[in-house]
Design a protein around this ligand. Structure first.
Ligand code: 5GP
Ligand code: MG
Length: 464
């Protein structure tokens, strides 16, 4: 199971649940399948979780009455297998040895099958298929003789893969980022309150001041008004931040891994214009994700900018559709060209990424039908050839169009006059040039190798 999710934590605020709610609103792009908030009311954990968008899951009664307390954690979930079950919506809540524990996780672990088998053989009864629950069981099994912080750090030494984690343990808020820092996590301050968030766009909305990232391999513990920092034992020398956060996933108004997304995407577009110039009447993005690279492309090339492909904002992410037919229909619903702009035109199209090829297959065909004279596609990242095991939805190699076809094949098959993907070097330069990124989806170099049994599911009930 792969999950790309959003996390928010609020410490020391009378309106903790409401702030968490607005924070999740700002992080909605990171997951639309389900949302949940847990609060500490001074005696116990309160929770509300549901399927759907943040605005659908919570009402005023939840925020003002049920979710009392001045510490909160919240989660938006985007799972990509069939396991759309309420029980998998986070935070995962449990009670043991007098502790009330709520955990939310962003990322994907790669050794859950083994860990789960081992824990089950010791009698653990799993309620969900989420990675959050693995952490909880590992912590519970290691609590004897240890503090909860120690038990959680032992849990971290056993899991492998990507995790940005928020835990609410009685009156403590704990934030952990895996040793490679695959997924983002930042700390902000709002008066005497702390805010922890996947992205800075949530801090902006709450008018919290950005302090810094939770470092890769760092555990932050906030209690009694103080923030303490610890490092996990298996801290790595090099970060391996997910470059796809910069290409597609994070919001352009966010600063992620210390980089503003908008400016970074613009730099990718500029690099594209330098690497693969082409003469054309205008340049247009496939919105919304292609917009920022397109701005860079036109600024560097001098080609006029148009927005001749219109996005319907009320359609969810087309990826979530389980069958290819439904995905094709979803793309049509989502992206529709302005007919009168297309006929006889030579067009450069900017797309942030090509995964399965669904979007370009359907939309390029449409542009041809409308009489476009030349169609040149420029993609602001290299060909995606390898699946992601750390939380981005490139499920299997079989589905990835660039894993199975050359660029020339794709160009011909889609009916393009030219197709160009940004070089890996160009991409890295646009992202600041450091050796800081996980590039596995482009080069197959996996920082953490998945266990042999990766991907095996446990019970059919969870597959839906
Ligand atoms: P494709 O249509 O080739 O399968 O996917 C590429 C399109 O989906 C691009 O327009 C890109 O912006 C978007 N995209 C890329 N990665 C993801 C992802 O992980 N989730 C979702 N929902 N969309 C994605
Ligand atoms: Mg897109």
């Amino acid at each position: 199971m792969k999950e790309s999710c959003g996390l928010i934590g609020i410490y020391n605020n009378k309106e903790a649940a409401r702030l968490a709610y607005f924070g999740l609103y700002a992080l909605q792009h990171r997951g639309q399948e389900g949302a949940g908030i847990a609060t500490w009311d001074g005696k116990k954990i309160r929770e509300h979780r549901g399927m759907g968008l943040v605005a659908e899951v919570f009402n005023e009664r939840h925020l003002s009455i049920e979710l009392k307390g001045d510490i909160a954690i919240g989660h938006v979930r985007y799972s990509t297998t069939g396991a759309s079950l309420l029980r998998n919506v986070q935070p995962f809540i449990t009670y043991f040895k007098g502790l009330h524990l709520a955990v939310g996780h962003n990322g994907n672990l790669v050794n859950t099958v083994e860990l789960r088998r081992e824990l089950e053989s010791k009698g653990a009864l799993f309620q969900t298929t989420t990675d959050s629950e693995i952490f909880v069981h590992l912590a519970a099994h290691n609590l004897t003789g240890h503090t909860i912080e120690e038990a959680l750090s032992i849990a971290c030494s056993k899991v492998k893969g990507a995790y940005s984690l928020l835990a609410l343990v009685n009156d403590k808020l704990i934030a952990i980022r895996d040793p490679y820092g695959f997924r983002p996590l930042v700390i902000g301050r709002l008066g005497t309150s702390y805010v922890i968030s996947s992205e800075t766009c949530a801090l902006d909305l709450l008018e919290a001041e950005y302090i810094r990232e939770v470092e890769p391999g760092e555990m932050i513990v906030i209690d009694k008004g103080n923030l303490r920092s610890y490092f996990l034992e298996n801290r790595q020398e090099k970060r391996r931040c997910c470059i796809f956060e910069l290409i597609y996933f994070a919001r352009p108004d966010s600063t992620v891994f210390g980089k503003n997304i908008y400016i970074t995407r613009k730099a990718m577009g500029m690099a594209l214009a330098e690497e693969a110039p082409v003469d054309a009447d205008f340049c247009m993005p496939f919105p919304d994700s292609g917009v920022y690279a397109a701005v860079g492309y036109v600024q560097r090339s001098g080609i006029p900018f148009e927005t001749a492909m219109i996005r319907n904002h009320y359609v969810g992410r087309t990826f979530i559709q389980p069958s290819q037919d439904m995905r094709d229909f979803g793309v049509r619903m989502k992206l529709n060209p302005v007919k009168d702009m297309i006929k006889d035109k030579r067009i450069v199209i900017i797309e942030d990424s090509i995964v399965r090829g669904t979007t370009i297959r359907s939309r390029i065909k449409k542009l041809r039908e409308l009489g476009a004279r030349e169609l040149h596609l420029r993609v602001s990242c290299p060909p995606i050839k390898f699946p992601c095991f750390y939380g981005i939805d490139f499920s299997s190699k079989g589905e990835l169009i660039a894993a199975n076809h050359t660029v020339k094949d794709i160009e011909r098959f889609i009916g393009l006059d030219s197709l160009y993907y940004l070089s890996l070097d160009g991409l890295i330069k646009a992202c600041g040039g450091e050796d800081n990124f996980c590039l596995a989806c482009f080069n197959g170099d996996y920082p953490v190798v998945p266990s042999k049994e990766y991907g095996k599911l446990f019970f059919d009930i969870f597959v839906g």
